[in-house]
Ligand binder design. Structure first.
Ligand code: SF4
Ligand code: SF4
Length: 140
């Protein structure tokens, strides 16, 4: 059975948004790469585990799985002073993630599921807030 967390992580692949990742106007925001964000490695999307510093952890409601290692301060192990240090070979999730689409997808879940995702630490509410804000900024 597909867990809620797996559904969330797979959203960009199963329901791709209209924009490639490079189009996200991050403008210095690094929320996805900080704050102990969970970056799952997806072998089915081409990620080669041996190519990344990773660890196998218990994922909220989704069994055990590989994620990128994080520094003691919660930053991704590959986050440098000027951003991602492995941009050209970043994991599949990093290449496609768009907080605007994530926010819109999030809204498609029933309220009870949304509350549970936040309560169980499956999502970082600030990433969805950033997506909502970017959509608002782009609105006419
Ligand atoms: S939250 Fe959005 S704007 Fe911030 S780093 Fe992630 S994709 Fe970029
Ligand atoms: S691999 Fe790069 S884009 Fe992905 S979380 Fe780490 S620093 Fe951010």
């Amino acid at each position: 059975m597909t867990t809620l967390l797996e559904q969330i992580v797979r959203m960009p692949f199963d329901n791709p948004g209209p924009r490639p990742r490079a189009d996200v106007p991050c403008a210095g925001c690094r929320r996805c790469c900080t704050n102990n964000s969970i970056v799952m490695l997806l072998e089915q999307e081409g990620d080669v585990l041996a190519a990344y510093e990773h660890e196998i952890v218990d994922l909220p409601g989704a069994g055990r799985g590989p994620i990128l290692k994080r520094k003691p301060n919660g930053d991704c192990i590959y986050l440098g002073a000027h951003g991602c240090t492995i941009h050209d070979r970043a994991p599949a999730v990093c290449k496609v993630f768009d907080c605007r689409d994530a926010y819109l997808n999030f809204l498609s879940y029933p309220r009870a599921d949304r509350r549970r995702m936040i309560r169980d630490g499956m999502i970082d509410p600030e990433i969805f807030e950033r997506g909502r804000a970017l959509i608002g900024e782009a609105a006419p």
